[in-house]
Design a binder for this molecule. Sequence first.
Ligand SMILES: [Zn+2]
Length: 97
Amino acid sequence: MQTVRQKIIELLTEEEMDARELSRAAGIREKEVDDHLAHIARTLAGKGQKLSIRPARCLSCDFVFKNRHRFTRPGRCPRCKKSHLQSPSFHIEHGNI
Ligand SMILES: [Zn+2]
């Protein structure tokens, strides 16, 4: 049987997804996606692959949350204080294993 992490890896190898899309596709809660991604990032690093993260972005002023290392969506923009934000999204790059 395929584990949740294997499923997430498979999904992210095929396309870029955010936490909400992953939770729906893998059948887990959005909160759990965070933990799985942290673990997956470490596993991939050991294989010479990389979990690439497109940082969250403010849709109002275009502020990019570059220094944010968590995988979940931030609450609101530190620059314009609005909460119209695009979630961070994830993708696994094919590397040479
Ligand atoms: Zn903003």
